[in-house]
Write a protein that binds this ligand. Sequence first.
Ligand code: NAG
Ligand code: NAG
Ligand code: NAG
Ligand code: NAG
Ligand code: NAG
Ligand code: NAG
Length: 481
Amino acid sequence: MESTISVAVIVLCVSVGVCSSGSQPNIIFIVADDLGWNDVGFHNPTMITPNIDALADSGVIFNQSYVLPVCSPSRTAFMTGIYPFKAGTQHFVIWKAQPVCVPLNFTFLPQYLKALGYSTHAIGKWHLGFCNWNCTPTFRGFDTYFGYYQAFEDYYTHEMDGYLDYRDNTDVVRNATGEYSAFRFAREAVDIINNHDKSKPFFMYLPFQSVHAPIEVPQQYEDMYPDVVNIGRRKFCGMVTALDEAVGNITRALQGQDVFDNTLIFFTADNGAELVQYGNNWPLRGGKHTLWEGGTRAVAFAHGAGITRTGYTYNGMFHAVDYVPTILAAAGGKPDASIDGVSQWDSIRMGLPSKRTEFIYNLDDFFYPVTGHAAIRVGDMKLVDGYPGLYDNWYLPMNDTEDTPLEDFIFDQRHEMVWLFNLTADPLEKYNLASQMPGVVETLRARMLEYKKQMVPANFPREDPKGDPTNFGGAWTPGWC
Ligand SMILES: *[C@@H]1O[C@H](CO)[C@@H](O)[C@H](O)[C@H]1NC(C)=O
Ligand SMILES: *[C@@H]1O[C@H](CO)[C@@H](O)[C@H](O)[C@H]1NC(C)=O
Ligand SMILES: *[C@@H]1O[C@H](CO)[C@@H](O)[C@H](O)[C@H]1NC(C)=O
Ligand SMILES: *[C@@H]1O[C@H](CO)[C@@H](O)[C@H](O)[C@H]1NC(C)=O
Ligand SMILES: *[C@@H]1O[C@H](CO)[C@@H](O)[C@H](O)[C@H]1NC(C)=O
Ligand SMILES: *[C@@H]1O[C@H](CO)[C@@H](O)[C@H](O)[C@H]1NC(C)=O
């Protein structure tokens, strides 16, 4: 498989003549975990994110950039450019001992980039399966990896359920207890930048642990938000600011090595904020786990090398599957034409209309026995068909109250299960047009059924006791599927 990719890419390089390293930017793809629409300074001035804001404001802010409602599906799309409903990862996050990973015949972004001459590095959360070594970053195209395989863990002990999950390439890191992960990940990134071989470009995939639960941050960041009364929200805001400082340190390292201008940065959330963990998507509806805009319309921007129109908001439709072809286009390559992503490189860098006119939010029969869990956007219109997910409302940041009003979050099952919105007129999803426009409902449903023909069943088996870390010296370790 590697060799087929290389041949295709070499042919392309020769025919287009773009493979000299001088014209290839370094590329950094930053993913923030569970960061909500209203959790960054460039959307909400009460958040302290000067480094992120500076990059966004002098780059291109994505206004309609969509991801999947939870983590593993979004990351499947980021790495493959293919919808997760074709990989079997559409249902939910991969649980800790599920013998599952993204199928091994799917090509990952760093595999394409290596064939284009890039060195490739991943730092942070993987969460695309690890039961077999072949599922893990250094076997899927990354030259180096530092991070953890699971969904979440303690930011200081790097343990999930009491077992270590922290790796330097394939080795367990046993001596990093006590250091907050954002500091370590930033330092690893800075080390790579400072020591990279300048004769070839680098690609760095940087999926931070921040700002997923558990809600933990060094005191000094929490203290930056004295006016936020709610302790959880105050710590959460501090977590965002620690993430911002990490981004600032990386930016400064690029400047220090004089490669800032030749580096292209993409930044995105993997899904909307987890409402019960103090994140916020105001004014959008819903949150993480839902097909509402609050779960799927991501904070995102691009900055840097190759972008000729800067300091504007890109209102074009963009989907998580578009990162692969967009990044490859910036690097002078092209993915397999069969993937779902479309390159938006020219649109973004020159401020032209988006080449995307529709996308699938998700397709998952398994989610809800009766109705499924599916949504599609075509042009202005969005159809939600089935269970939209747990949180159904519009939520202000929990900054003025002490309590977490959990009961307010839960989806009211008495709803009818079909919604149609005109997102251009109604981006907050307040007016269900389904009964007024039955013809549009049928058109979008028919379109969705076309996609459904390509759906594979969700691969969501029981957890396997063979994955128990006690079988592997007390660390979450591959080798049991
Ligand atoms: C992977 O293999 C499966 C099963 O043979 C096939 O259906 C699918 O199309 C392949 N996917 C890719 C991206 O190659
Ligand atoms: C942790 O262990 C690694 C590998 O043995 C070593 O290189 C590093 O210096 C150690 N770090 C600390 C803080 O002891
Ligand atoms: C950023 O760099 C400074 C200076 O080295 C360091 O003190 C700080 O902890 C770093 N912050 C993060 C979030 O990595
Ligand atoms: C709390 O949130 C509200 C609504 O977004 C905002 O107006 C207010 O400034 C926030 N207060 C603080 C202290 O962040
Ligand atoms: C961004 O999207 C909102 C709808 O949520 C819209 O009102 C606004 O005009 C868009 N911004 C730009 C610059 O297109
Ligand atoms: C959606 O709303 C926009 C703005 O009001 C309008 O221009 C457009 O025609 C509407 N689209 C459809 C399909 O009704």
